[in-house]
Design a protein around this ligand. Structure first.
Ligand SMILES: C[C@@H](O)[C@H](NC(=O)OP(=O)(O)OC[C@H]1O[C@@H](n2cnc3c(N)ncnc32)[C@H](O)[C@@H]1O)C(=O)O
Ligand SMILES: Nc1ncnc2c1ncn2[C@@H]1O[C@H](COP(=O)(O)OP(=O)(O)OP(=O)(O)O)[C@@H](O)[C@H]1O
Ligand SMILES: [Fe+2]
Length: 555
């Protein structure tokens, strides 16, 4: 199978030929470079109009010259694959028109590829991993994806702008030309650390606060090298932290990176260091496959074509908002899954006591190690080698303080939590009561989902935001024991006090996302969470939740 790919979602006019037998990829690209400001959709489309036919011609010539297994009147490729979205409408239309015309002329099938899924599949293809967590760090996007039950699920994502766009906004403010990411990397080499906001919410994150603070710091005369250095340290530590959390939640030990920001050495270094520390395998494809390129479109196009996943020309409309979780994944086995930890996906209670024989390594979360000590545990936030030491110290200290305070406050609000016995802020350790006999992830039922909804409502009524409510962060008490089946939220390290409906809605969103990422039929579990919340809490939060779910994607 040999496939021609065409890419042109935003800035890169590109065509490629993938020969599956030789696993060889030829890429010809022609980038649009704006004179000033950011990417201008009309100018970008004008660029595509001229460049797309040229790059396609070069790729076809390559196919004809490189491979002599076909007659001159035969098509040099077996299919034409194109980026159907997401991206800028005017650019997508030009690419689609060219791809359709070519498929018709060559009389071969057309394949419509999701650009974001291509960004991650190229990493999986090059790494040879089975079912990794995928971090897409591109211009207009930033998200964590994992395959489960026939689709790529969004495990976490930006709640406002894509990571590259956020960096580019800062460099525009400073007056540098597009793209800004590489310039930030250059200047960061001479910079020193200054503190900026750091925002993760479960496996979601946002960049608006840090970008405003970076602009303000620059306006206040902080040397631009220091701002660049610190932007990288904060933004990439956030991405690395959520990637680690996704590895921990799914139990997977494979991570791949995709997207143009993945070309940044510091980001790759942090991810590699995090994976090495936890014994996971990390793969970042070579830069030509990270930035936008048609090679990734051709490679995924070949997998789709082999699975018979082609599209009739009349059905091949573009989709500027095409989300990766909308794609029916025809080229993978439905039984494969990113989730390696037992999840009660079928709603069955798997039972079992995880306490017996569990050693410290078993009780490791993404942030901390948890050692069992008699009827208690000692939770220790160890330093993370990938983080700048100053940032590392601040996060470990602040989270230890927040966790100890909120565990007690939650109890007072009527939500069962482990009793705190001792806190050592300097060592970032908390000694607390051992609770439950397993995590909710292994025992998720509708009843329990409803109870978590009630607990979250009680926390919110008391002005407490959990910050990281997932199925791994709720412990389940044994029926008939003194705990009598109670559910104990734990791990309040990302928690804070707030009276904003938005923060409460975000908390619910994080919990629902953790169910959706791993459960097979999440709908009824999610409905049960909301029933429980509605019974106890403020209905305005559920209304706001609908807004949070559609927030800020592809800006
Ligand atoms: C929808 C699609 O068009 C879009 N593609 C895209 O944004 O191009 P991509 O090549 O994946 O990423 C470009 C971004 O990558 C950043 N970038 C490039 N080199 C960088 C570096 N060394 N450090 C940091 N950022 C870098 C640029 O500043 C720019 O924001 C996407 O995938 O979101
Ligand atoms: N008080 C407790 N009683 C029993 N088990 C506990 C307790 N605290 C933590 N654990 C176990 O240890 C694991 C890790 O703890 P915790 O979630 O607090 O750490 P973390 O590193 O902050 O996790 P995360 O990956 O969510 O960031 C939990 O999933 C749970 O199984
Ligand atoms: Fe991209």
């Amino acid at each position: 199978m040999r496939v021609l790919g065409v890419e042109g979602t935003a800035w890169c006019a590109s065509a490629a030929v993938f020969d599956a037998e030789a696993d060889a990829v030829f890429i010809e690209s022609d980038p649009y470079e704006p004179d000033s400001g950011g990417i201008h959709p009309r100018e970008a489309a004008e660029h595509m109009g001229g460049a797309i036919p040229r790059v396609i011609e070069t790729a076809l010539e390559h196919a004809r010259e490189e491979y002599d297994d076909r007659a001159a009147d035969e098509s040099p490729v077996d299919a034409v694959a194109f980026s159907r979205g997401p991206g800028l409408g005017p650019c997508l239309r030009i690419v689609a028109t060219a791809a359709r015309a070519l498929a018709r002329t060559l009389d071969v099938p057309l394949v419509g590829v999701n650009h974001m899924v291509a960004h991650l599949e190229i990493g999986r293809h090059r790494a040879g991993f089975d079912s990794p967590v995928c971090l897409n760090a591109s211009g207009a996007n930033a998200h964590l994806l994992g395959f489960h039950d026939g689709r790529y699920r969004v495990l976490g994502e930006t709640m406002d702008t894509g990571v590259g766009n956020a960096l580019d906004k800062f460099t525009r403010h400073v007056g540098w030309s597009h793209p800004g990411g590489p310039k930030i990397e250059e200047h960061a080499a001479d910079g020193e650390f200054v503190e900026l906001p750091y925002v993760v919410k479960g496996m979601d994150f946002s960049f608006s606060g840090i970008m405003s603070a970076a602009k303000a710091a620059h306006d206040d005369g902080v040397p631009v090298e220091d701002v660049c250095f610190s932007l990288q340290e904060h933004v990439f530590a956030m991405l690395t932290e959520v990637a680690e959390r996704a590895l921990s939640l799914t139990g997977t030990d494979e991570l791949v990176l995709g997207g143009g920001v993945g070309q940044n050495d510091r980001l790759r270094e942090m991810l590699a260091s995090m994976c090495a520390e936890r014994g996971a395998d990390f793969h970042a494809p070579e830069p030509r496959f990270l930035r936008d390129n048609a090679g990734m479109i051709a490679v995924l196009g070949a997998k789709m074509a082999a699975a018979g996943d082609t599209v009739a020309i009349e059905d091949s409309a573009i989709d500027p908002d095409f989300r990766p979780d909308q794609v029916p994944v025809t080229w993978r086995d439905d039984a494969e899954s990113v989730a390696r930890v037992p999840s009660a996906a079928d709603g069955e209670d798997r039972g079992g006591d995880d306490r017996a024989g569990r050693d410290a390594a078993d009780m490791r979360g993404a942030e901390a190690t948890v050692e069992v000590d008699g009827d208690g545990v000692v939770k220790r936030r160890l330093p993370k080698g990938y983080r700048h030491p100053e940032l590392d110290e601040t996060l470990r200290r602040d989270r230890t303080v927040a966790e100890a305070r909120l565990l007690a406050a939650a109890r007072q609000a009527g939500v069962p939590t482990p009793l705190v016995r001792d806190v050592d802020v300097a060592e970032a350790t908390i000694a607390m009561q051992f609770v439950g006999d397993r995590d909710l992830a292994a025992a998720l039922t509708e009843d329990r989902a409803r109870t978590v909804g009630e607990h979250l409502a009680r926390l919110h009524d008391a002005g407490i935001v959990h910050g990281d409510p997932t199925t791994r962060n709720v412990r389940v008490g044994r029926e008939g024991s003194p705990e009598n089946g109670r559910l104990f939220p734990i791990d309040f390290g990302l928690g804070f006090s707030s009276d904003h409906v938005e923060d409460y809605a975000m908390d619910l969103h994080v919990f629902e996302q953790s169910i959706e990422g791993t459960a097979s039929e999440p709908e009824r579990l999610v409905a049960a969470v909301e029933d429980g919340y509605r019974a106890v809490g403020d209905p305005a939060v559920l209304d706001r939740l609908r807004g949070v779910e559609g927030r800020g994607r592809y800006q």
